[in-house]
Design a protein around this ligand. Structure first.
Ligand SMILES: [Zn+2]
Length: 434
């Protein structure tokens, strides 16, 4: 995408993301923060009840509710509802949509390698943006402050070997840098760009920020003095966090999902705290102090998903009575293990994270995985459905080449299932690169 078309697109997004709904959501978030813990709990139950009523208008939940007793207490009501797994949602996404509400389509490749078709209403899109703003504000960012973004945006062609490796977003005042061009040869340009932009804030994939911090460590480069590094969309490992904090700036972590049913951010003690005005989270024990995050989101009335099994793992969850080391109460958890993917390394030394986007807009895929054998050879494993065709394969390959570029030979391997790792996590990208 070139500079001009990017900014035109952003102008359209601006209209949506700074709409009446955005300002209302900002207001709601601020008001909620000022409530007492008890008032917040009451508000959460009201929002949960509204979500349950919204869900009753969908085909799936109207039939589920028909066989359930009625409860006055929304938590008791919720607990009678069976967990929802991704497979059920993937097979019949339309059954979860409230047709009477206007909504737009969205897609995710998901943490389980399973692409999902989603619908979102306008208030939920605005709310998501407002939640990010509120999070950025809490770290000292102001809306006219510069931001560097390194979040997998495809802003320059994959085969570009000369700078610039990013574009200027004039609408949202950001320098959007490519996550697909990070190599030992190019990272000095990124570091210079960050320094020259006078940005005090970076919003990045953990993998992208890590690749830069690790380069700085190996080359004894003086640390940057960024005020806050906002990390989202991937698991933040302790060693990743430590390295980024040493070389770039303090890490602020976020956990959320495309299905829009959970929102957690890290505190000064590094623990995750739930935004209980965003959703209602439950934790299913998996043993060894680990729990699957099961979430009911309040923000998207067009596709209410109840007790949704996210496939993400929380370590040491704590309740709302528990006072965290940061001084605030729960609920929340100590750590979250979400997406765990290897970096894909190209022959020109680029290190690419979150390559699962390759499957994002492809229909007819049940699950998918990329395996890298070496810098010249990769395998794409796909569990396809009966409608999958050559057109889908072509699109996957095109998406892959747009990000990786160059001379990688890809072979497609159609399989019946893709095994998980020993701890039950799915890996979208596995590198066997020697
Ligand atoms: Zn805390």
């Amino acid at each position: 995408m070139n500079l001009f078309s990017h900014n035109i697109k952003m102008l359209a997004k601006l209209a949506l993301k700074r709409s009446f709904w955005f300002h209302k959501a900002m207001n709601d978030i601020e008001k909620f923060k000022n409530l007492s813990l008890d008032e917040q709990r009451v508000r959460q139950l009201v929002l949960l009840e509204k979500t349950l009523h919204a869900a009753s208008k969908t085909k799936y939940y109207s039939s589920v509710f028909a066989s359930l007793p009625n409860f006055d207490n929304p938590v008791e009501w919720l607990k009678t509802i069976p967990y929802l797994d991704k497979d059920t949602l993937r097979k019949n996404p339309g059954d979860f949509v409230v047709d009477s509400l206007f909504s737009v389509s969205a897609q995710t490749s998901g943490t389980t390698g399973t692409p999902l078709k989603l619908r979102r209403d306008i208030p939920s899109i605005a709310r998501e943006q407002a939640s990010f703003f509120s999070w950025f504000y809490s770290a000292g960012w102001k809306s006219d402050n510069e931001m560097i973004e390194l979040r997998g945006n495809m802003v320059v062609p994959a085969d570009r070997s000369e700078p610039p490796y990013g574009i200027r977003d004039c609408i949202f005042k950001k320098n959007i840098l490519s996550s697909y061009h990070l190599s030992d040869k190019t990272i000095p340009w990124y570091i210079e760009k960050i320094k020259k932009s006078n940005a005090n804030f970076i919003s990045a994939y953990p993998s992208s920020a890590f690749v830069i911090a690790d380069f700085m460590r190996r080359n004894n480069i003086a640390p940057l003095k960024i005020k806050a590094v906002f990390l989202a969309s991937e698991t933040i490992f302790q060693h990743t966090k430590d390295l980024i904090e040493k070389f770039i700036g303090p890490v602020w972590g976020h956990y959320g999902n495309a299905e829009r049913n959970a929102w957690m951010t890290t505190c000064s003690a590094g623990r995750y705290h739930e935004d209980v005005s965003y959703g209602f989270t439950e934790y299913i024990p998996l043993g060894d102090n680990t729990y699957e995050i099961v979430a009911t989101g309040f923000t998207n009335k067009a596709m209410p998903l109840l007790r949704y099994r996210t496939g993400d793992i929380a370590v040491d969850p704590f309740g709302r009575q528990h006072r965290c080391e940061c001084g605030n109460n729960g609920p929340g958890c100590r750590k979250i293990i979400g997406r765990i993917d290897d970096l894909f390394i190209t022959s020109d030394g680029r290190k690419i994270g979150r390559l699962d986007h390759v499957f994002k807009n492809v229909e007819n895929i049940i699950a998918a995985q990329i395996i890298q054998y070496n810098t010249e050879r990769a395998e794409i494993k796909i569990v396809k459905n009966h409608s999958y065709s050559e057109k889908d394969e072509k699109l996957v390959l095109e998406n892959f080449m747009l990000r990786v570029g160059g001379n990688v030979k890809v072979n497609f391997n159609y399989v019946d299932n893709i095994p998980r790792t020993n701890n039950g996590k799915f890996r979208s990208v596995i590198s066997l690169n020697p």
